[in-house]
Write a protein that binds this ligand. Structure first.
Ligand SMILES: C[S@@+](CC[C@H](N)C(=O)[O-])C[C@H]1O[C@@H](n2cnc3c(N)ncnc32)[C@H](O)[C@@H]1O
Length: 218
């Protein structure tokens, strides 16, 4: 085990915090390689730590975004934002949540700055920051509630592209989404006309240009 995998004994005994080494992260993600390379495949890690898995997932997705769209700045921005928006995490420790968001932003920024240098747009960076703020949640994955002053049910935003550059946000409670797990008899998809489980959003927002989601302040 690498030294960096354990920060303090107290964190291990209080929160089971033993971080995963790079080699294991890679090997485990290789088990779902196709999904890690699908730009919009959704990942949720309910005990994400400072993002050892999520940062590699984003790196892998961005390799694909660059290969397909690296020649067009707008296309790269649109698909890189989509890649970020499909990555979700929860951690009970606030410093892990902060570090995870920062790390994911840095993965995006390293690629963005390398490809587009001074042409990089702050609106795009703000969009990425805003989505990470929402998607990486300071919460307890067992109680399904946020941690902090006013604990409430964890809410995840679904971000769906509409007409190219627009992004539609729908908010769902985590416990509402998991209700499907408790009602296993209802499939999520059916070609046979059976009842399916369709989660109800807590809130829906009108589509906005992806560069403006932070400014519109959803
Ligand atoms: C074994 S570590 C794994 C971290 C990261 N997934 C990795 O592999 O590097 C477990 C993580 O779960 C977090 N954790 C412990 N209890 C939790 C809970 N009830 N809800 C959310 N996160 C929790 C800890 O803070 C720690 O970051």
């Amino acid at each position: 085990m690498e030294a960096a995998q354990v920060r303090t004994k107290k964190r291990v005994s209080d929160h089971g915090e033993v971080l995963t080494g790079q080699r294991e992260v890679s090997a485990m993600l290789d088990l779902v390689k196709q999904e890690t390379e699908r730009i919009d495949s959704r990942f949720l890690e309910p005990a994400c730590g400072d993002g050892n898995f999520l940062s590699v997932i984003l790196e892998r997705k961005l390799v694909v975004v660059e290969r397909r769209y690296g020649k067009s700045q707008l296309d790269f921005e649109r698909y890189a934002v989509l890649a970020v928006s499909s990555i979700y995490g929860i951690d009970i420790l606030s410093d892990n949540v902060r570090d995870c968001r920062r790390r994911l932003f840095e993965v995006f920024e390293a690629n963005y700055a390398r490809l587009f240098k001074a042409a990089g747009k702050n609106d795009c960076r703000e969009a990425v920051r805003f989505i990470l703020e929402r998607n990486i949640v300071w919460g307890d994955a067992l109680t399904l509630r946020t941690v902090g002053e006013k604990p409430s049910y964890i809410v995840f935003s679904e971000w769906s592209p509409v007409n190219g550059s627009m992004l539609k946000r729908r908010d769902f409670t985590f416990h509402g989404l998991l209700a499907h797990e408790r009602m296993k008899e209802l499939p999520l998809f059916s070609d046979l006309g059976e009842n399916v489980f369709i989660p109800t959003p807590e809130r829906e927002y009108p589509p906005v240009h992806f560069m403006e989601i932070a400014r519109v302040g959803h």
